[in-house]
Each structure stands twice: as C-alpha cells, then as structure tokens.
Design a protein around this ligand. Structure first.
Ligand code: ACO
Length: 332
C-alpha cells in the first residue's frame, strides 16, 4: 500500500563562483571544443571557502519552505542525499536540522551518489506511508569539487557543486495549487560493477593514516566509456518500465528530466525513448554534473521557469555510482 505523496515546495541553490571551460584550459590540457562536444558543459559552479553541503542544503531548504508557504518548525523528518557530507559524524542531516533551528526530528543522510535525490524521495514516501502527517524535507546536495582532482582532465571538466530541496507530505486531497503529485518511484542498483565509478579513499576499505599525504583514491575515479554505456542502458530501460507500468505513451509525458551528467548521455537516453528534444529539460551546460543535486535542481528550475506547467506529467531519471539508478513520475 502506498500513501499518495505531494511535492509541496521546491528550491535550489548553486554557488556564485563560476568555473568556465576557458578557466579549465588554463588549469589542464583541455579545450572548450573537446569539453563542449563530449559533454555539452560550458561552465560549472564551485563552492567558495565555507560553502559546504550543509550550508548549500540550508539555502535550498529555505527556498523550498518559502515556496511551500511553510515554517521550518513544521518539518518532521530531514533527509540529505549526498556523497560529500560535511563530515562522517555527525550526518549532514543532523547539522542541517540544527541550522533550521530544529531539535528532536528524525534526520539522516542517504548515500546513492548521483541517484541520491530519487533514493531520498522514495525514503520520504516511506516515512509518509508510516506517518501520514509527516512533513519531510529532502535535500540532495553535493560539493563534488571537494572530491575532484583538478589536475585530472578526464574528471575535472565534468562536475560542479549545487543543492536542491523538496518538501514531501501526504496528499490529503486538498493540496495547494501548483503542487506535484508523486505518482511512482522506481529504483535499482548493481554492485557488481561498482569499481567503474568510485571514491574509496578515507573509507574503512581504504583508510588513511596520520601524516599520510592525500592519495589519488580520495578523488572521483571513473571509467568514463563504461559508465556512459551502462548509464544510457539503465536510464532508458527504467524509464520504459515506468511508462509501461502506468500505460503512458511518450506523447503523454510532457517533460523529461534526466540526470544532468552530460549532454551526450541525455541525448542518447532521449533518443532511445524517442522523446522529442523540446520535452527534455537540460541545464548541464551551466552547472555540469552536480551529482545528487542534478535532477532536483533541474526540477526546481524547470518549474520556476515555467518549463513545467500545471497539469504536466513529468518523468525523471537518475544514474550514479554504485551503480544506482531510478525513475520517478510526478504530475503537476
Ligand atoms: N580534454 C581533452 N582531452 C581529453 C579530456 C579533456 N578534458 N579528457 C580526456 N581526454 C582525452 C583522453 O586522454 C583520450 O586521449 P587519447 O585518445 O590520446 O588517449 C581521449 O580524450 C578520449 O578519451 P575518452 O575517455 O575515451 O573520451 P570519451 O569520448 O569516452 O569521453 C567522457 C569521455 C566525456 C568522460 C565520456 O566517456 C562520458 O561521457 N562518460 C560518462 C561519464 C560521466 O558522465 N560520469 C559522471 C558520473 S556518473 C553519472 O553521473 C552518469
């Protein structure tokens, strides 16, 4: 049994500092033509000193609360999806709750790399199912720059920092205008190919010792070609499953928001789903791959810019390290 859930408010926040392709040309052996043709990315936002997963989550959360017309005190559960928490202990969710002036709430981080938002959204749905009065803040935030080696040209051109937030509640049937109804969420994982995309350093499997210099495995390591192939297959397959499950044709999907990893993956998934380009929302050119924050920033932006209109059926899809992937169907 599932309790219908609604998205009461959306918000997002990206750092002010821009890192353009021209900036990267001065840092590593790369060029705008290579980056643009391979990824579609023109610039990304990079956290300044003091900007962290918790501080960006906080800004996104305040915007989502304002959008929902709610006060922070109303929140019952706080989730932060991230692979770049401010610290291992305490969780970013505990710190975020404190910043919001909350005490005694259920708070936890969710680890699913770039699929983090959808895994946290499904967790929020479970909380609402158990506690129909729950008002769950879901933030999905990554300061990927803290785990990028800016001398590795194969990696540093791809990623940026950002945060998105959504407030999830049960659907009492009198949802305020403009809310999105979460129709369904599908999730999947495959740990057998986990070595294709990793950040191992500092974990219990690859611990650090006092005095040791920072190792390469503290930063994102990836087999780009294999990630590309798996990501395209997995995202298109789970979207097809979602559409078949709900008897939806591509004509009945008004907006498609795939994980904003790079434009070639987005185009390849769109083409496998035979989705017209004008239905696909992209912002990867200005933010790069913001990991867990990617689809929630895109959803928040698409809604605030009017790309998503009242009555639209929106299909979301994510893919990330683990591997993890998912799809969600939301009606506005
Ligand atoms: N600038 C210039 N040349 C570069 C750069 C760069 N920034 N990076 C790599 N190259 C070079 C390589 O060294 C290689 O040179 P060589 O032929 O002399 O050895 C050449 O370009 C081709 O390298 P490939 O890695 O094979 O390039 P490819 O065409 O596969 O594109 C890319 C790389 C863009 C990373 C692609 O594999 C991809 O999109 N993968 C998906 C990965 C991804 O988006 N991961 C994000 C995390 S997971 C997720 O969110 C889905």
């Amino acid at each position: 049994m599932t309790t219908p859930c609604i998205i009461r408010g959306l918000g997002h926040c990206v750092p002010e500092t821009r890192l353009t392709n021209a900036d990267l040309e001065r840092m590593v052996d790369t060029n705008d033509e290579w980056i643009t043709s391979r990824t579609g990315i023109k610039e990304r936002r990079i956290a300044a000193k003091g900007e962290t997963t918790v501080s960006l989550s906080h800004q996104a959360a305040l915007r989502a609360l304002e959008h929902a017309g709610m006060q922070a005190e109303e929140l019952t559960h706080i989730l932060v999806a991230t692979f770049t928490p401010d610290s291992y202990i305490p969780s970013s969710a505990c710190m975020l709750a404190h910043r919001l002036g909350l005490h005694g709430r259920t708070c936890m981080d969710v680890s699913a790399a770039c699929s983090g938002f959808l895994f946290a959204l499904e967790t929020a749905r479970a909380f609402v199912c158990l506690h129909p009065e729950a008002k769950v803040l879901v933030t999905a935030t990554d300061v990927v720059s803290s785990r990028v080696d800016y001398s590795d040209r194969g990696i540093c051109v791809l990623f940026g920092d950002g945060a998105g937030a959504a407030i999830i509640t049960g659907d009492t049937g009198v949802a305020p205008a403009g809310c999105g109804r979460v129709v369904d969420v599908l999730l999947a994982t495959d740990g057998s190919v986990s070595d294709l995309l990793t950040v191992k350093g500092g974990g219990s499997g690859s611990p650090c010792k006092p005095g040791e210099t920072v190792r390469r495995d503290f930063f994102v390591e990836m087999n780009g070609r294999e990630v590309y192939k798996y990501a395209v297959r997995a995202m298109s397959s789970i979207c097809k499953t979602m559409m078949e499950k709900h008897g939806l044709t591509k004509e009945q999907v008004d907006v498609f928001i795939p994980h904003q990893a790079n434009l070639r993956i987005i185009d390849a998934v769109g083409s496998r789903l035979d989705m017209p380009a004008e239905k696909i929302f992209t912002n990867v050119h200005k933010y790069g791959n913001t990991s867990a924050a990617s689809v929630i920033i895109a959803l928040s932006e698409a809604r605030s810019e009017g790309f998503i209109k009242d009555g639209d059926t929106v299909l979301l899809s994510t893919f990330g390290g683990g591997f993890t992937w998912g799809s969600a169907l939301v009606r506005f």
